[in-house]
Design a protein around this ligand. Sequence first.
Ligand code: ZN
Length: 570
Amino acid sequence: MRYTQFLIPTLREVPADAEVVSHQLMLRSGMIRKLAAGIYSTLPLGERVMRKTAQIVREEMNRAGALELTLPFVQPAELWHESGRWNAYGKELLRLKDRNEREFCLGPTHEEVITDVARGLISSYKQLPVTLYQLHIKFRDEIRPRFGVMRAREFVMKDAYSFDADEAAAERSYMKMYEAYTNIFARLGLRFRAVEADSGPIGGSFSHEFMVLADTGEDVIVTCTACDYAANTEKAEIRVPDAVEAAADQFGALARVATPDMRTIDEVCSFLKTGPASVIKTLVFDTGEGAVVALVRGDHDINEIKLKNYLACSELALADEDLIEKVTGAPRGFAGPEGLSGVRIIADYGLKGCFNMVAGGNERDMHVVNLNFVRDFNVDAFADIRLAGQGDACPRCGKPLTTTRGIEVGHIFKLGTKYSTSMRAEFLDARGESHPMVMGCYGIGVGRTVAAAIEQSHDGDGIIFPAPIAPFTVLIVLVNPTDAQQHQIAVDLYEKLLGHGVEVLLDDRDERPGIKFKDADLIGIPLRVTVGRNAVKDGLIDIKWRKTGAQAQAALTDAVENVLEALPNL
Ligand SMILES: [Zn+2]
């Protein structure tokens, strides 16, 4: 492709409303343009990157035996009524009516439609297992679309759905997708981790997120420093500590201390000249069916998802002022475990073996010191209810955990029979008995993956594309296109490389070299070949690697060979 025949509208300035680097660089490199909030046009350069990314996804899905189809973007409300999600989905579902006043929505996801397709196609166990997928657009009316294509309202996604006869078969389908995803992100040239995730309100019992590692990522991932355990913070478990008992002869005398207006851990600690690890944080929760008190160490954070899973309750929220007062007899900020009655108390494992602790005194402006488990208070259970973090013990091997940041680009989970039951997607087994199909669903955001690749790989000058998704592999910079000899050399090289099947962009613009080099760095093509005065005078060209900044000179006669040799290691 010749630059003069291609449209790459690069920008010098950082667009004002672009907060994250991938958004800035995708706008500046001319990959995308904004049409409306969270809605973008993909321009020719960006389209090449998106298509390459999608193609790798497609190839690995096909290799895993999944079948490609395309489902409608506009979906009838009836299907969503059948699944029970028309009312439950909320405002992210963009609803509309046709000329006959029939209700529809723009597809934010396709479980309903695929389940409808499957129940029409599949009737016998002999047709199972089946995994179907599409690469298509979705629309989610996000309350706050931001970060460019990272959190857009309209976006391209690969979504796949598996259908199986039973749980064991569904697990095999799940593992196939897990492997396919691992292959996809490796082939895309990304550093990533598959992390165990909470399956959340969508349901299902098994779930992994694929995270591209990047310092700028929104998500915190907990990984083991020794084994391959990784999980997001909501899910990350902490090893159950070995039983430790504090020796009673170390217990100080329980005392009440006036702490006027001191409600936070920090205020209490600086007043009592102690550290947060010596404080019991006492949190009152409303489960909808009564209050529960959770205790964590002052330097730890409660993980409400773990607590909710532990309690197996359908709702969980921090109690309001009235409920706190009812449970503790004191206003917010002075709750403690001592003397509480008629309420379930769950303590985090981190409090095991702690002694002489500080806690609220269940009275306004009052705390207690030298509070000790068993002697002064009891709990109903110890459990893992805090957020895992740096230094906690790995649940698998016990070695320390560490935290890192990432961007979720893919998510796989077992759906079970949630949709097949409500929508009656059933099959007949060998004995002629009817069962709902067991489903799984598997998504990859294509634009989000491209944005995450840029977040992971860029520098102050621009994008550093991983070679597999770079819009072109080689950029030839023709320094002076008005010099007939330079021009001829560059075009010769360009055509020879094209002949070898290399994707080459020839910058034949009549622009200053400085502008061409700046644009070259901005659009991040892995290998740059400069044809300038030296090519004419000495028969030499310059080769520069975008990723490492390494440079080499090559004889014009060896140029094609040198470029071809460099390609596998880009
Ligand atoms: Zn481990």
